[in-house]
Design a protein around this ligand. Structure first.
Ligand SMILES: *Cc1c(COP(=O)(O)O)cnc(C)c1O
Length: 385
């Protein structure tokens, strides 16, 4: 039992018992059925309804953002947030290579090109120091705009992401962004409930986005939200996500090409019930972290990722980091865990290596590449602790 894969399985099985244990499953212990039934009984299941307004108000209160606008999913929230940040066709947008595909897809939906940046081991997110030296090397300021000298394209936004719920150094990232006049759109899809110095992730940048997909810490089935403290931007977000319809009792007038990105009332109802339980979901996940930490204490060759200093993680997905000299055993660890019914997965394939993004501009990805080879996410559902 001293081979690394078997040792990790034994440690996790001591917590989880025999499988199968999914990576993450939703938890419906509150008013979900009641609120859903209420939608059906009232016939308000679709594009208008009181639960949408309530979810937006509840999200604003929970995150401390002045405004929250609910959307059909997290990807559409990112798309609209980037448009509102001023991203135009032909621009470049700085994104971490170590992220879910939605981060780069949303850039493409704007007709812009993702420009990939490196991530750091201490946070699993964008590395401000590496970003600063990369921008100093490749960019130039032309009439107040940041331009990539190699491509001639404007760089018009930056999208830090909080990987697996663990807060990245968004304060450091924002300092670099400010030096180049770049607005920041925070992809906080995974970090509902995660804080930096007491402030909610997704509320640092000009705009932030959340996801309520079925695998996230709180779910609406499918859904997302845009967060902002800017009242004008919030109004624009609502308008653009609701087909740009000019409010009127009977007239159908649309004053620009908008999007049908609104969240249906039935999904918002589920979200309201989930938000009522968010504190207990977070407490449970933080407890699971403590339990895993204890179980893995004697295991050499792997570290359980801990929230960066000064931050509070929601521990959405528990993250193992293999030692650098153990990367050749990653696939065997993954195989062994899954063979034993303990669902585990690696980090995403770096976005810069995906077919649709081959050839996009990229900083050196030394940190991200190493993390890609070392990360293993293990069962993390709120019900496990
Ligand atoms: C889940 C997720 C999104 C968006 O998700 P949807 O499935 O569209 O709700 C965006 N970025 C990251 C990093 C995510 O994990």
């Amino acid at each position: 039992m001293n081979a690394l894969p078997a040792t990790i399985v034994a440690a996790l099985a001591s917590v989880l018992g025999d499988g199968p244990v999914p990576l993450h499953e939703p938890h419906f212990d509150g008013n979900e059925s009641r609120y859903l039934f209420d939608c059906v009984a009232s016939t308000y299941v679709s594009s208008v309804g009181a639960y949408v307004d309530r979810l937006e108000a509840d999200l604003a209160e929970f995150t401390g953002a002045k405004h929250a606008v609910a959307t059909i999913n997290g990807t559409s929230a990112l798309h609209i947030a980037l448009l509102l940040a001023g991203v135009q066709p032909g621009d470049e947008v700085l994104v971490p290579a170590l992220s879910f595909v939605a981060t780069a897809n949303a850039v493409r939906y704007c007709g812009a090109t993702p420009h990939f940046l490196d991530s750091q081991e201490s946070t699993l997110g964008l590395d401000p120091a590496a970003m600063r030296s990369w921008l100093a090397e490749i960019s130039t300021m032309k009439s107040g705009e940041c331009v990539n000298q190699a491509t001639g394209r404007r760089i018009t936004a930056m999208v830090p992401m909080h990987a697996f719920g663990h807060p990245c150094d968004v304060v450091g990232v924002m300092e670099v962004a400010a030096e180049y006049g770049l607005p920041v759109v925070e992809d906080a899809a995974e970090s509902l409930g995660s804080l930096i110095n007491g402030q909610h992730t997704g509320t640092f940048g000009l705009l932030g986005t959340l996801s309520f997909n079925g695998n996230k810490i709180a779910t609406t089935g499918g859904g997302g939200a845009i967060l902002t403290n800017d009242t004008q931007l919030a109004k624009r977000a609502k308008h653009l996500t609701t087909t740009a319809k000019v409010p009127h009792r009977w007239e159908y007038n649309h004053d620009e090409v908008g999007y049908n990105y609104r969240m249906p009332n039935i999904n918002a109802a589920l979200g309201c019930a989930q938000l009522e339980q968010i504190d207990s979901f977070i407490a449970s996940k933080r407890r699971l972290y403590d339990i895993y930490l204890e179980a893995l204490r004697q295991v050499n060759g792997v570290t359980l990722f801990s929230e960066p200093r000064g931050s509070r993680s929601n521990y959405w997905l528990q993250t193992l980091i293999l030692d650098k000299d153990k990367v050749d055993q990653r696939d065997e660890v993954l195989e062994t865990l899954n063979d034993n019914g303990l669902m585990a997965r690696p980090a995403w394939t770096l976005l810069s290596s995906l077919k649709p993004f081959l050839g996009c501009p990229s900083a050196p990805l030394t940190g991200a590449r190493l993390l890609e080879q070392r990360i293993i996410n293990v069962p993390s559902s709120a019900g496990l602790a």
